[in-house]
Design a protein around this ligand. Sequence first.
Ligand code: DGJ
Length: 333
Amino acid sequence: MFLKVSLATLLVVLGLSTATPVGAAPVTVTNGTQFKDTSGAVVHAHGGGMLKVGDYYYWFGENRNPDNTFRAVSVYRSSDLRAWEFRNNVLTQSSNPELKLANIERPKVVYNSSTGQFVMWMHKENGKDYNEARAAVATSSTVDGNYTWRGSFRPLGNMSRDITLFRDDDGTGYMVSAARNNADLNLYRLTGDYLGVANLVRTLWPGSSREAPALFKRGGKYFLLTSGATYWQPNQQKYATASTITGTWTSPTNVGNSTAYGSQTAHVVAVQGSQATSYLYLGDRWAGAWNRPVNESQYVWLPLTFPTATTMTMSWYPRVSIDTATGVVTGVQ
Ligand code: DGJ
């Protein structure tokens, strides 16, 4: 006798599922907007960074008071890069006396596999002016737990403002930050535990006033994307490449239009899937450009394209389609 069973029933009996795998469907993100989290609240991850842990992308960023002083570093997570679940304010004004009144900008987190710690670096100011020009470090044993403040300092005595972190394939950590009143961009190698600076690798393009660094590696080549230094106003982003991170970097080359489509670089995230690895530009459209608080800033996310192994382009799209399962990221008109 034949039983009439649906394909779905058969798959369930066989222990297979017809449910859509996490992050499998392409999603569309609309540019030049304030993103909302899964509770409907505005996502405050300004000047942020992203790292993938398990199935989730964790997005850390600035969450400020209405007067732009530090409120928290907030973290959200998503498997598809659109549905952002608020997880925690991982660093707050009460985490340490230094944070009671402060400015915290551009928090970035990397995982240190030798210590098992998630290590955050950020730019720290005193909440009154921009003269401290310090880097600061905080750590946690879980990606979205409460981070422990490890202090602020000037790396090797150098001023340090806009900042990013990069973990190379061999586990070596690097930090890039703007020095000498933003005239220089310094590339430092971190200590093995990522809690300090081991040495200055080099000062990139001395006197060229580049900031907002985002460092990533594609096909064995290193890319460093930066902006000019024009406060909250958007400007021309440029990129440079290198074959070895400690070696010679090319001169910066223009990418995107003269204002990065009204944004400034925050981070570049690699979206690695079954078909492709795409590189997604995460930019901030700072509300300071229209004299509003940082928490009213918007996001601009654009696919980066690579005509050759060492060249990069970025075009405007009002929307971006992202499929984290396949890794395909495309602009949508
Ligand atoms: C540009 C920097 O990239 C931002 O992080 C922020 O420091 C603003 N300047 C402040 O004017």
